[in-house]
Design a protein around this ligand. Structure first.
Ligand code: PLP
Length: 382
């Protein structure tokens, strides 16, 4: 074949990288970035870049099989469930879930547990389509003055027996609220948004009718969603709805309903291989718990200089929001942190304050560097 050699890199010294605490798009492991750079030039021995090869080619089909098998093994997904990759992140599933699992099943009722921004949005979307009720709700607000925020005990939730499913957000990435485990509501099918914590700890997949996640936290780059769905919930077509909105059609086409975002699939595979090399989801969970407890200890031992308003039992291990005493100090903190290479620590625009997202790819040394900076800043400012 005609062969071209790789052109000289534009810069022999690549620009420096900081530690990225952004909520997603999020930090990627260095080894993944290095492999992806290579593959963009030429994917393995194909002579073509990974963003250029046909999704119908045997090599890409092989990649897809590796991705499917890797995800299934990491999460111990039983044969009762299908894994789909659907473009456009997590938000489409705020609509696709009620369409497929409620309207598609002829049972237009569902209950929603609202513990933050994303589940509130999901509930409002569902309310346009079906009869959605609130099973429980954690009040809005994460500022310094708000009382401790806590997920109400499941015994006090209101879930009608006739609902098609109970929806809950496993981890609210803006509010920093995470369920310690799935809520125990007997004989009610569960649906969960796990965008911000899938692959961060083991999940009892068999208990869910459906789990969805945008992949930009722990499974690669933004623009793709993963759906793990019980096969019995898949329908051929949903009356009145275009087939592209039908999970059954995505399953039938093996997630190739149209040309898939091939580069995102490749990044997802690289992340799967990276997680395997880390020892799998169980090992990552141990590391994630350690990282989160370091950061929460720094906040809790600051004498109120840093504050996190979430009750310890449901504090997120992935997204840690915190406030400082004044807006002026917050701005100074963010500026000095950025100058020290600690990046994207701003809180969500709806809450203000700060937030450190510490997904799988954030090393423990990165969290230690942040804690050290926080302690130093407090001393300088105090
Ligand atoms: C928990 C959660 N759900 C849903 C979303 C929305 O994801 P997307 O932007 O991929 O639609 C996000 C985004 O950060 C999220 O963190």
């Amino acid at each position: 074949m005609a062969v071209t050699t790789r052109p000289q890199a534009l810069s022999s010294k690549p620009p420096a990288r900081g530690l990225n605490f952004g909520p997603g798009p999020a930090l990627l492991p260095e080894s993944v970035l290095v492999k992806a750079q290579e593959a963009l030039w030429s994917f393995e021995d194909t002579g073509m870049g990974i963003a250029e090869i046909s999704h119908r080619s045997p090599r890409f089909q092989e990649l897809m099989e590796r991705l499917q098998t890797g995800v299934r093994t990491l999460l111990k997904i039983p044969d009762t469930h299908e894994v789909l990759f659907i473009p456009a992140g997590a938000t489409p599933h705020f609509d696709l879930v009620p369409v497929n699992l409620a309207l598609g099943a002829g049972c237009p009722q569902a209950a929603y547990a609202i513990t933050g921004h994303w589940s509130r949005l999901a509930y409002h979307e569902a309310s346009r389509l079906i009869e959605a009720t609130v099973a429980t709700e954690v009040g809005a607000g994460s500022g310094r003055s708000s009382a401790e925020r806590q997920i109400p005990d499941v015994a006090h939730w209101s879930v009608d027996r006739r609902v098609a499913y109970l929806y809950y957000p496993d981890n609210e990435s803006i509010d920093g609220i995470e369920f310690p485990g799935p809520p125990e509501i007997p004989s009610t099918p569960l649906v969960s948004d796990m965008t911000a914590n899938l692959f961060s700890r083991p999940v009892p997949v068999e208990r869910f009718d459906l789990i969805f996640a945008g992949v930009q936290k722990n499974l690669g780059i933004t623009g793709l969603g993963i759906v793990i769905v019980r096969k019995t919930c898949l329908h051929e077509a949903i009356p009145g709805w275009p087939p592209i909105f039908c999970y059954g059609r995505w399953a039938e086409s093996r997630s190739m309903y149209n040309t898939p975002p091939t580069l995102n699939w490749y990044f997802a595979l690289l992340m799967v291989e990276w997680m395997e090399a880390q020892g799998g989801v169980g090992a990552l969970a141990v590391r994630n718990a350690r990282k989160a407890s370091l950061l929460y200890a720094t906040i809790d031992q600051s004498g109120g200089f840093y504050r996190n308003a979430v009750a310890p039992a449901c504090r997120s291990r992935m997204n840690v929001p915190f406030t400082l005493p004044t807006d002026t100090l917050t701005s100074r903190f963010l500026e000095e942190a950025a100058r020290s290479g600690l990046l994207q620590l701003e809180g969500h625009r709806s809450t203000g304050g700060c937030r450190a997202s510490i997904y799988n790819a954030m090393p423990e040394s990165g969290v230690r560097a942040l804690c050290e900076f926080m302690n130093g800043f407090m001393q300088r400012a105090g």
